[in-house]
Design a binder for this molecule. Structure first.
Ligand code: C2E
Ligand code: MG
Ligand code: MG
Ligand code: MG
Length: 274
């Protein structure tokens, strides 16, 4: 069903559009009920300090496993959740799960950072602020341990992004610009909005050590982030060569399969250093 959805979405014939719309609705109802079950769950990918290789935090990533054992990627179901009005419910569920999981994580390391991804729709109202306040008040989440990630694409789409992000920061929560370099990178929002972290997209990390025409771009992204006094997290580091290049160029943090793949919270807690 989801495979054919991707294939069909390229067609522009009316009949095909109707078909896609209908498919989306059935994905919506599958997702709506999945949200009430353990089909939707969270995994955590460690973020390391590049010079010590110590785990300093983790990014929470949502997963959907169907009863037949098949996995649907977040790249597929998150846009559908956004388009069919399910994303707020999903973000709420994600935040409550992360708040619950963070109790065990912070017991092991009180300084651990936990990253969460925001969707554009989360930045279009104050609901997210209310949810965060509630979870902070109940003591499950701690502002100092949180990092909220928003992509460039998200920022462009959401009219309230500026206000919501600054409210989040005034609660003492750090904010990251995610997938940097893949959207419509505009220097104006980088200076207007206040970010704490910049996450370099995997596509730039992939160019390290290659002769591709864009392999020098990552060097300039690093320089720019440094001049804006943003901490940098490199995404999708898969080789020792990439890790060393990044460290030598002053990147402090990274995540990627070289260090660890996303894992269940029990495995994360087991492996966090005291
Ligand atoms: P993202 O926030 O940029 O997350 C990083 C993605 O890169 C994750 O994919 C992660 O599994 C993958 N990754 C990390 N290291 C490596 C590596 O070394 N090699 C490779 N090939 N991949 C690596 P994932 O989990 O499939 O998530 C895809 C995107 O879906 C995320 O990109 C994010 O935009 C969105 N997403 C995931 N979870 C959530 C969520 O809870 N809420 C929202 N709103 N969006 C989410
Ligand atoms: Mg992210
Ligand atoms: Mg990213
Ligand atoms: Mg991404």
């Amino acid at each position: 069903l989801l495979g054919s959805l991707g294939a069909a979405s390229g067609l522009v014939v009316m009949g095909a559009l109707w078909y896609v719309a209908k498919q989306r609705l059935s994905v919506r109802s599958l997702l709506k009920s999945a949200l009430k079950t353990s089909e939707i769950y969270m995994v955590y990918q460690p973020v390391v300090n590049l010079s010590t290789r110590e785990w300093i935090g983790a990014e929470a990533l949502v997963r959907w496993r169907r009863p037949d054992g098949s996995d649907i990627r977040p790249d597929i179901f998150i846009p559908i959740a956004e388009e069919t009005g399910l994303i707020q419910q999903m973000t709420l569920r994600i935040m409550e799960t992360v708040a619950h999981d963070s109790v065990g994580i912070l017991k092991k390391n009180p300084r651990f950072h936990i990253g969460m991804n925001l969707s554009g729709i989360d930045l279009e109202s104050n609901t997210i602020i209310e949810t965060l306040q509630r979870l902070l008040e109940h003591g499950h989440l701690r502002a100092n341990n949180l990092l909220l990630e928003a992509t460039e694409r998200t920022l462009l789409k959401a009219h309230l992004a500026n206000q919501v992000l600054s409210d989040i920061r005034s609660m003492g929560i750090a904010v990251a610009i995610d997938d940097f370099g893949t959207g419509y990178s505009s220097l104006s929002y980088l200076t207007e909005l206040k970010f704490d972290y910049l996450k370099i997209d995997k596509s730039f990390v992939d160019t390290i050590g290659t002769n591709s025409a864009t392999s020098h771009v990552i060097f300039h992204i690093i320089k720019m982030a440094q001049s804006l006094k943003l901490s940098i997290i490199a995404e999708g580091v898969e080789s020792e060569h990439q890790a060393r290049f990044l460290e030598q160029h002053g990147v402090q943090f990274a995540q990627g399969w070289l260090f660890a793949k996303p894992m269940l919270v029990a495995d994360l807690v087991d492996h966090i250093h005291r």
